[in-house]
Ligand binder design. Structure first.
Ligand SMILES: Nc1ncnc2c1ncn2[C@@H]1O[C@H](COP(=O)(O)OP(=O)(O)O)[C@@H](O)[C@H]1O
Ligand SMILES: [Mg+2]
Length: 348
């Protein structure tokens, strides 16, 4: 087991394209750290740098305290699992799992025991004689994971390992992966573009955009106190609503409109009844409505803007009707309209 420290890492591609800029964060020993960001923001590049498949332009990477910048991949004690499970197609599951141990000259009997152990741990015990083409996507991904586990690395690097699977299977494997992490206790860096995956899986998360770290925090703190408008809009679904100060100022009970401030309200923070004396009261007209069974997802037209609202379905609602909703003051997020950075307004 080992911590991974990334210190002021830059990656500029030979053509001059800057991919990562002054990236610093650490995965603690035994931590499951999620790295999340939009496609193209540099997540895979970052993992490849940690694995040693590419080299940094500047900065330092440490694994278990040791600087690994100059170490080749095989000496870094990491195992990487990719989105596209790179299994050997002409080998059975058993052979795919056994491959690394054989290459290291592990005795046959020990290989057999370990392959069966890991196979059982991943629910592959009846699949060992099959070939990759005879497996479902989930079984292939389990095999790839098993191969990484058999290496008993100090660190797992997982690059969107579930994104090629369908939604129910992804949810199931996500739970299994969390359980696996709990039982192995090995440091894992899990990269994904899917914010809900990062929220549900990561003990902490690093939000990356445009090759720069935007925020490092627990999922709860990222959700409750997003460091910027970008993070606020990227984490949480449906996304946060943003309102100009003058639009909010038109609402009863709104804080005095601060110039240069933009407000953010999560769709789930609207309530059909007032909760406290200093709630902000929104009055609008229902523009669009969608039933999700126990919940309404609706678009409410205010005087100047529209907001997306998630509401418990406790009453019948229809398009065109007026609707009054309340939001707690504490659920108003504020951002500097020029820089997008979170600001805390003095609360009266
Ligand atoms: N082998 C490569 N050669 C040149 N550019 C690349 C290569 N791989 C990725 N890129 C570019 O680097 C940037 C970051 O890519 P990547 O790390 O794959 O992002 P992510 O995994 O977050 O989607 C993108 O602009 C991508 O086009
Ligand atoms: Mg990628």
């Amino acid at each position: 087991m080992a911590a991974v420290q990334i210190e002021h890492v830059d990656k500029i591609r030979p053509g001059g394209q800057g991919v990562l800029h002054d990236v610093s964060f650490a995965a603690r020993d035994g931590e499951l750290l999620a790295v999340v960001g939009p496609s193209g923001c540099g997540k895979s590049t970052l993992l490849r740098l940690v694995a040693g498949l590419e080299s940094v332009t500047a900065g330092v990477i440490r694994i278990g305290g040791q600087v690994v910048n100059e170490l080749p991949p095989q000496r870094r004690d990491v195992a990487m699992v990719f989105q596209s499970h790179a299994l050997y197609p002409h080998m059975s599951v058993y052979e795919n799992l056994a491959f690394g141990l054989r290459a290291r000259g592990t005795p046959r009997r020990q290989i057999d025991r370990r392959v069966r152990q890991v196979g059982a741990r991943l629910g592959l015990e009846t699949m060992l004689e099959r070939y990759p083409r005879e497996l479902s996507g989930g079984q292939r991904q389990r095999t790839a994971l098993g191969r990484a586990m058999l290496r008993e690395p100090a660190v797992f690097l997982l690059d969107e390992p579930l994104s090629s699977l369908d939604v129910p299977l992804r949810a199931e494997l996500r739970r299994e992966l969390a359980a696996l992490h709990r039982s192995l206790g090995t440091t894992m860096i899990y990269v994904t573009h899917d914010q809900s995956e990062a929220l549900s899986l990561g003990q902490r998360m690093v939000v990356l955009a445009g090759g720069r770290v935007q925020q490092i925090d627990t999922p709860l703190d990222v959700y409750r106190r997003p460091a910027s408008r970008f993070v606020a809009g990227f984490i949480g679904w449906p996304p946060m609503n943003f309102l100009r100060a003058e639009s909010l100022a038109e609402m009863a009970g709104a804080p005095a409109g601060e110039a240069g401030v933009e407000y953010g309200i999560r769709p789930e923070c609207f309530a059909a009844q007032p909760g406290g004396a200093d709630d902000v009261q929104f009055e609008g007209r229902i523009e669009r409505i969608e039933s999700q069974g126990g919940e309404w997802h609706l678009e409410l037209a205010l005087r100047r803007e529209r907001v997306l609202v998630r509401l418990r379905a406790e009453q019948a609602l229809a398009v065109g009707e007026p609707l009054r909703l309340w939001v707690r003051r504490a659920d108003l997020h504020t951002f500097d309209a020029a820089t997008g950075q979170r600001v805390e307004l003095a609360r009266r």
